[in-house]
Design a protein around this ligand. Structure first.
Ligand code: ADP
Length: 273
């Protein structure tokens, strides 16, 4: 019964082919749904600043331009709206590159202490507007050398520090600390005593466009992409990102980085992780 054996083999092959095709179609459907959702999110994010800018321009055209003071005020506001659009487009560009792994990580040795200080310099003004104190143990007078992509780590730190200010309480604090995690890794923590995040929202925080507070009114700028970018960058380094938060108490975001090999003493005890 060679014929029936051949038939069984053939039937199996046909079944396998059909099953494979089904999986392929399902994958395409998921991708299509993902693409639609992404486009919807982008349109939604761009709409608000676009309408704002258009609003100011139309008011100016409608006669407001005749008053010099109002003209200046409205142009400044329109310009702020355009700034926001630029910011969103930049974040979108970044996330697209990260998600299509089109972004190369250029690792080099640099002093993370210096980088943290320079990020603080950038956001000192923003923090002072809410009377938030930026704290970084300045006793780190010695350099701490890490091996990573400096520009991208700067983006990670900036996003985390900006969030801690945005979601921080007035008169609060943002603290950055560096600690040895293992013989060859450090962990960097960004801690605030701000509004905190409820447990139910924590698993979705790093999704793009995910926001705990969806109401536009309380939203403080941002694109909803900050943490998605942070996660991608950290993972592109094969490192880890953690979050701990208590609603009403504060949040701590931390991530690991590789130490500069030269900085690891060769006689150091082996620490297993
Ligand atoms: P956004 O542009 O909305 O800040 P992010 O991706 O940076 O986007 O953050 C996503 C959401 O996570 C925020 O909308 C906010 O709800 C929450 N979040 C982020 N950082 C903090 C923080 N330090 N404290 C409280 N909530 C935070």
């Amino acid at each position: 019964s060679q014929v029936s054996t051949d038939m069984t083999t053939l039937t199996r092959e046909v079944e396998k082919f059909a099953a494979d095709k089904k999986v392929e179609i399902e994958k395409l459907e998921v991708r299509e749904a993902y693409r639609k959702e992404l486009l919807g999110n982008i349109a939604h994010e761009l709409k608000t600043p676009l309408f704002t800018v258009q609003g100011y321009i139309l008011t100016l055209l409608d006669g407001a331009h005749k008053d010099k003071a109002i003209r200046k005020k409205y142009l400044q506001r329109a310009s702020k709206g355009v700034d926001r659009l630029i910011y969103i487009v930049k974040d979108l560009d970044m996330i697209t590159k990260l998600e299509t792994s089109d972004l190369t990580v250029y690792q080099e040795v640099f002093n993370i202490v210096e980088l943290i200080n320079s990020v603080f310099d950038l956001y000192e003004m923003k923090a002072s507007r809410k009377n938030i104190t930026l704290m970084f143990d300045r006793n780190y007078d010695k350099p701490i050398l890490v091996y990573a992509d400096e520009e991208k780590v700067q983006q990670v730190l900036s996003n985390l520090v900006v969030n801690s200010i945005k979601y921080g309480k007035k008169d609060g604090t943002t603290e950055v600390s560096i600690e040895d995690l293992t013989q060859d890794k450090v962990i960097i923590r960004v801690t605030d005593n701000g509004e905190g995040i409820a447990n139910v929202n924590i698993p979705r925080l790093f999704e793009r466009f995910y926001r705990v507070d969806k109401s536009g009114s309380r939203r403080e700028g941002g694109s909803g992409l900050g943490l998605a970018i942070v996660k991608h960058i950290v993972e592109a380094h094969n490192e880890k990102i953690y979050v701990e938060s208590v609603l009403g108490v504060g949040s701590e975001f931390s991530f690991t980085l590789e130490k500069d090999k030269e900085a690891i003493p060769t006689n150091a005890p082996v620490v297993s992780t």
